[in-house]
Design a protein around this ligand. Structure first.
Ligand code: ADP
Ligand code: MG
Length: 401
């Protein structure tokens, strides 16, 4: 989970105030906008009389049961509907707890609240069990242009769809120059960028119109390479697109462009699996180090990025080795895929991925291993769900993170 939430905290005790400040240091809250306020529940009443509310509101109160209930009623009359309210109170009484929860409060914690209390409570409050989102998201990012990241993404998507029989959507996010349609010898009806110009209009019906693909299990969103004069991209639209895709597919494979932008970084953080594709040279090693450091810090524990070495034996004598990468990054490459330009070019010319054209090729064996490993970790991921479910809520204050 990586909340893009706006959170107001009205604390009273110094302990709760400190816990609220500490939230920002948790990887799950890097992108959240957390605003601390003093004065507790009473101050929140005054604040929301004049200001719009954040998506999540935490209020601390030291009053007795009557005071607390009265103030909460007051708060309900000034806060717009759809907000998640978490109350931190001094009253430790089950019947009062029930009355508070009956008012539509998302959670009640005893004062003072620890950082773990706060983060677990926000997680519970924003987790939507009815959320339709379900598919696993797998992102591929090439550390340099041309390392073969798209080729690998196409092959893995094909394997997941045709061999593992998972409903797969391949999203080619190289919106201007992407080759997913070409790789599968398909003709896009409209370039994907056209679906992203107006996030308000984007829904399942619209998205379906952009999907191509002969195999029932493999749908592709791509471009035919026609350049648009303006390619301004809305981050909200991209997130909505991925969210919609994972609502209808078992797996969503993201072919990410070699490009550095907030939306690319966000998708690398939010994907259930993020695979970095490298070839064995110094520039790849430097960028792999920077990126693994960033992804480790921001994706949080148990969500290590994965590393794939491609074109492994391209320059046998002068190259670095996979072991050099493993040592520098403390990350063992999943697989090494051999360099075989003829086989890859022939596959492209045939409009087939190499795993389809020549399943026994050594590269195909490595690619199969990747598809087996990435489909292994259990889906659906709660981390991604927290984010997806938020997008379905009624208009809330946009997060500025
Ligand atoms: N293992 C490989 N051996 C030989 N050529 C490869 C290999 N993997 C990819 N290629 C070729 O490298 C070129 C760049 O691949 P592409 O997937 O577009 O890279 P990226 O998406 O990282 O920019 C393509 O022509 C592709 O066929
Ligand atoms: Mg590419």
């Amino acid at each position: 989970m990586n909340h893009r939430l706006s959170i107001d905290v009205f604390s009273l005790t110094p302990e709760t105030a400190e816990s609220a400040l500490g939230l920002k240091n948790l990887p799950a809250f890097f992108r959240a906008v957390i605003k601390p306020h003093a004065g507790g529940l009473a101050a929140a009443l005054g604040h929301y009389a004049d200001n719009g509310a954040s998506q999540v509101i935490l209020v601390e109160d030291d009053g007795n049961a009557d005071d607390l209930l009265k103030r909460l009623e007051g708060l309900a009359s000034v806060v717009e509907p759809g907000r998640k309210l978490i109350v931190i109170g001094a009253v430790n009484d089950i019947s009062i707890y029930r009355r508070i929860m009956a008012m539509g409060v998302a959670d009640y914690l005893l004062s003072p609240a620890s950082i773990d209390d706060l983060s677990a409570s926000i997680e519970r409050a924003t987790h939507d069990p009815q959320g339709a989102a379900k598919g696993k998201v797998i992102g591929f990012y090439g550390l340099r242009g041309g390392v073969g990241s798209s080729t690998i993404a196409h092959n893995v998507a094909w394997l997941l769809a045709t061999q593992a029989k998972l409903r797969t959507i391949l999203v080619d996010l190289d919106l201007a120059f992407g080759t997913a349609a070409l790789a599968f010898n398909e003709e896009p009806r409209q370039p994907l960028i056209d679906a992203l110009t107006d996030p308000e209009r984007l829904d399942q019906t619209l998205l379906q119109r952009f999907m191509i693909g002969e195999d029932d299990n493999l749908q592709i969103l791509s471009t035919h390479g026609m350049l648009r004069s303006s390619m301004t991209l809305s981050q909200i639209a991209i997130e909505k697109l991925v969210d919609l895709a994972r609502q209808t597919a078992d797996v969503v494979v993201l072919d990410l462009p070699h490009y550095w932008a907030t939306w690319v970084e966000d998708l690398m953080l939010l994907a259930d699996e993020t695979l970095l594709v490298a070839t064995l040279d110094l520039a790849n090693l430097r960028d792999a180090r920077n990126l693994t450091e960033l992804l480790r810090a921001k994706r949080g524990e148990g969500r290590e990025p994965r590393l794939v070495i491609n074109k492994a034996d391209m320059a046998k004598r002068s190259r670095l080795t996979a072991q050099d990468f493993a040592n520098t990054l403390s990350l063992k490459p999943l697989v090494q895929i051999p360099f075989d330009p003829t086989a890859f070019i022939e596959a492209v010319n045939d409009g087939k991925v190499i795993c389809d054209k020549n399943a026994k090729h050594k590269a195909a064996i490595g690619l199969r291993q990747i598809s087996e490993i990435v489909s292994e970790r259990q889906q659906p991921s709660r981390r991604f769900k927290g984010w997806a479910s938020l997008r379905k809520r009624p208009a809330a204050q946009p997060s500025k993170a």
